[in-house]
Structures are given as C-alpha cells and as structure tokens.
Design a protein around this ligand. Sequence first.
Ligand code: TXE
Length: 476
Amino acid sequence: SPFEYAPAPESRSVVDIAPSYGLFIDGEFTDAADGKVFKTVSPSTEEVLSEVAQAGAEDVDRAVKAARKAFEKWSALPGSERAKYLFRIARIIQERSRELAVLETLDNGKPIKETRDADLPLVAAHFFYYAGWADKLDHAGFGANPRPLGVAGQVIPWNFPLLMLAWKIAPALATGNTVVLKPAETTPLSALFFADICRQAGLPKGVVNILPGYGDTGAALVAHPDVNKVAFTGSTAVGRAIAKTVAGTDKKLTLELGGKGANIVFDDAPIDQAVEGIVNGIFFNQGQVCCAGSRLLVQESVHDELLDSLKRRLSTLRLGDPLDKNTDIGAINSEEQLTRITSLVEQGEAEGAERWSAACEIPAAGYWFAPTLFTNVTQAHTVARDEIFGPVLSVLTFRTPDEAVAKANNSQYGLSAGIWTEKGSRILAVASKLRAGVVWANTFNKFDPTSPFGGYKESGFGREGGRHGLEAYLDV
Ligand code: TXE
C-alpha cells in the first residue's frame, strides 16, 4: 500500500569495517605473536564481517606489561587530568554514535532501535558519569588516600559489547587503573573501534589494551600474575572457574553472572502497561540480558486476561533485519546460543510445560528464534529454573503477595525483579523481601550510570555503576 509507513533500513555505509583488525597493545594495532586470527560474522546474515587477530598467552603478557608501564604515569595524573580524557572519549562516542550503533547491530544482531536508543546513549553516559568522579575521589568519603589497584584484567560478554566495555573501562580509568580487556569472541568489533577512539582522544599508550580472543585468552588474562583486579561478566560456570583461579592470590574480583528475574504482576496492575513491561523485560535484546524478566509471576485472578493481551501483543512484534528501524526482534547472537535456547525449549516441552510461539516468518539465513511463552509451568520445570538467555518467557501463577515473594526468591540467582501494582505500599513491602540486586516497580530494564548494579546469590558479587562501582577499583 502506498500509505504503509516503511522507512529505509539504517544504512550500512555509515560504518567502514576493515577486512582485518589487529590486537590493540600499547597504543598500536598489532598481529598476534603466533599469527592466529578468527572470523567475526553477522548473526543476521552469517556474512563474515572481518578477520580479527586472536590473542594468545604471549600477547596477554605483552599487553599486561604495557598496562603496568602506563600505570605509573596514569595513576600519578591529577584526577582532573584523567577526567579530561574521559570527557573527550564520551564526546567522541556521541559524535560517532550512529556509526557505532550500526557496527554493534551488525556484529551482535540486535535491533538498531536498541543500539541507537539504549546502548549508545548509555555508553556515553557512563563515560560522562565517571569522568565527573575522577577529580572528586579524595573528597567522596572513600577514606584517606584512595588509590588505584593497578592493572585491571576485564572479560566481557557479547550481549551488550560496547556497554559492558563502558561499565568496565570507565570506572577503572577514572580511579587511575590501567586496563587489559578481552571482548567476547562473537562481538570483537566495537571494542576495536573503541581502541581507535582512545587514540583519537589522545589517551596515553598502554592505558587501554584490547585483546580479542576466546575463553583461553580470558583464562590467561585472569591468571596473569601481574594483574591486580579481575572483573568478569558472563556465565556462572566461567565465573566459578575464574573465582577458583583468583582464589589464594592478591587479586581483587568482581563477578556479574546469570539471572532468572521474576516479573510479578498483581491483580490491580494496569494490564496494558504491564504487558508492555513484560515484553520489554524479556524480549529486549532477544532476551539475551542477564537481568531479563524471564519468569512471569502473575496473580491467578488476572492470568487469563493478561495472557490473552500478551499473546496479542507478541503477534505484532516484527522479527527480521536488525538494521530496519521498525524491527523489534533481531537475530540471536550466535549459532551456539541458538542451539542452547532451542534445546532448553525442547526440554520445557518434554517436561510438560505448554509452549506458544508467535507466528513469524523466519529469514532463511542467520540465527533466529520467535518470541515464545511457556504456560502450565511449575517451579520444578527446567524452564522455570535455568537461564535460557533467549526470547522465552515462563509463566507461573500465585495467589498472595507472600506466595509471590517465595516463588520469586526460589532461584539460585538474584539479579533482578519487577513489581506491577497500583499500590505504593505493596511495592515497598514486596521489594524489601526480594533477594535481587535490582527491583523495578511499574517499569523494567531501566539503566542509569548512577545506580549500582549486581547480583545476590549465584548472580555474582560486587557492584558496577554509581559510587559503588568505584570501590571495586580502589584501595582505601
Ligand atoms: O558465556 P561465557 P557464553 C550466560 C547465558 C548464556 C551462557 C553461555 O546464560 O547462555 O552464559 O554464554 C570468556 N576464562 N551469559 O558461553 O563463556 C568468553 O570468551 C576467562 C550471561 O557466551 O561465560 C567471553 O568473553 N574467560 C551473561 C566471556 O567469558 C572466559 C552474558 C563470556 O562467555 C573463559 C553472557 C575462561 N575459562 C552469557 N571461558 C551475563 N551475565 O550477562 C570463556 N570466557
């Protein structure tokens, strides 16, 4: 129809992706010592985007040495000088945000609407926020003479590649630490573009080093004897392995691991608003979010009405080309992740939960999963317990607020939760009993650099963001 609103997809041409990239060590792009490379593909097309150098143990050592050398001067700079660099980086990110948003969408598969309106603004906000702290550390009640720890070894996942980098690098630099960061193997590109931004900002050599690679590169970084602080975001299994490596050393450690967030809807909640919040809670970034609201706890009396509205809403979500500004559901980040999601969903069906999936046309190439709901779910079902990390929502019911709290807390994880109700008193009463690092009320997935973020229980320890995020990088 000539009246149909169909804006053009965001142009791929705004980003210039080179056919190959090196490691970023001591301010220069270089090959890996053993010459190894790996390919990064676009999960929405399976097209190879670039070939990237793969760091080995020798490169880790080189990067840690560069970071150690840079630490002497960087940590001795007045905070006001470090702030200038961080402000400069933040401004360059804003200036280049269109290019970075398209790049991130290509490498990760998430909709451009999200990279443009959520990831990139939050990345810049993080650098601005921590730039503002750099000259105030002596006066902020951290105790006398707060000092940086030294070289930070940071390992990040693929679900928010540039945002996780910002969460790790901005507080580390503001406090005077230097960094060696390993991006995830499926999404190395935005970290390499960030390396270029560090050069553009004139950041002294060696302050930030970027080492693309697989798990063994991460393991070598974590184990390096001259790394003083380890910060990891990723799976609980790898978090456990890292904790073992670090145990008995003088390294400081923060871990941000998995989750199985409960989104609790009471019978007095405005249903339409709750439906939007539920959709945002689990289908944002195809559900590949550690704090996703992946368990819906709905009060029995509104279960049928809510489920009807939810299914209607899910049927309107558009799955497809992530560069199209109308797309709601992009590609799953990798074939491996798609396989993991598929096998957990099959297990859910085999255990007797009832599956419903939105009818979507699945593109021929790429990795895709239609928005899916499970009803008739019990707390014993795998889909109610395990992190699926995909666009899959498990629906459970409750009768009383106490039962809602008990079910929400019945999880090995404790990262996030949501409450939907008109009663302010109920928000306060329920929130105070939830064992989760963040509780949202009548909203979900709201992030802000001023707020500490992190888990209870097996979701990890330590906080990122806010004033608490600085403590992880300081000795006082
Ligand atoms: O994670 P990994 P994967 C969860 C989610 C997902 C599952 C597996 O449930 O389905 O984990 O994802 C690096 N030493 N989350 O396999 O392996 C790795 O190269 C040091 C939740 O992708 O933990 C990557 O850079 N590093 C999550 C990073 O760790 C190692 C985000 C994360 O990868 C390593 C991602 C090792 N031995 C997945 N092995 C969240 N909390 O947001 C791997 N790595």
